[in-house]
Design a protein around this ligand. Structure first.
Ligand SMILES: [Zn+2]
Length: 164
């Protein structure tokens, strides 16, 4: 690792410790040229395997971009989108695999996006699941309606329980 102070090409590790439950390794390094110390952080890269077979590093920014596009014109703020992207990253990392197919990343987005905004969800799902007919939309909307009814039903039960 090149010294950030004098650009010397080599450095010596003086201390290593794990952080973030072993997700990261922080190394304290010392430059043999100028004697200054600096820290580096090592993190295992989570790779996303695209349908074409090409891999690219998992990017939260990319998820935010895709979700923001689906949320255009919807009452969804940036904080909620950032939180969603964080959830997606946690879900994907929790699988414990070093490489993850891109469609699994898409799947991890669908759930939280449905909770966030149903219209944005439909937009995203239509692209991601390549809806090609009105019937696909109808089926998805019916699923959303059923979920909404189930939620209302549960809410009514809770309300009834609260008053008794
Ligand atoms: Zn140096």
């Amino acid at each position: 690792m090149r010294c950030p102070y004098c650009r010397h090409a080599d450095s010596r590790v003086v201390d290593s410790r794990e952080a973030d439950d072993g997700q990261l390794i922080r190394r304290r390094r010392s430059c043999p040229e100028c004697g200054k110390r600096f820290t580096t952080v090592e993190e295992a890269v989570l790779a996303v395997v695209k349908r074409s077979g090409v891999t690219e590093p998992f990017s939260r920014t990319k998820i935010i971009g895709g979700v923001r596009k689906a949320c255009q014109g919807r009452p969804v703020d940036d904080d909620s989108i950032a939180l969603l992207a964080q959830k997606v990253e946690e879900t994907v990392r929790a699988k414990g695999a070093a490489e993850i197919p891109s469609h699994e990343v898409g799947l991890a987005i669908l759930g939280p996006l449905r909770d966030l905004d149903e219209v944005a969800y439909l937009r995203f799902a239509s692209v991601y699941r390549s809806f090609d007919s009105l019937a696909d939309f109808e089926r998805e909307i019916e699923t959303l309606r059923e979920a909404a009814r189930a939620r209302e039903g549960a809410g009514a039960v809770e309300a009834a329980g609260a008053t008794s």
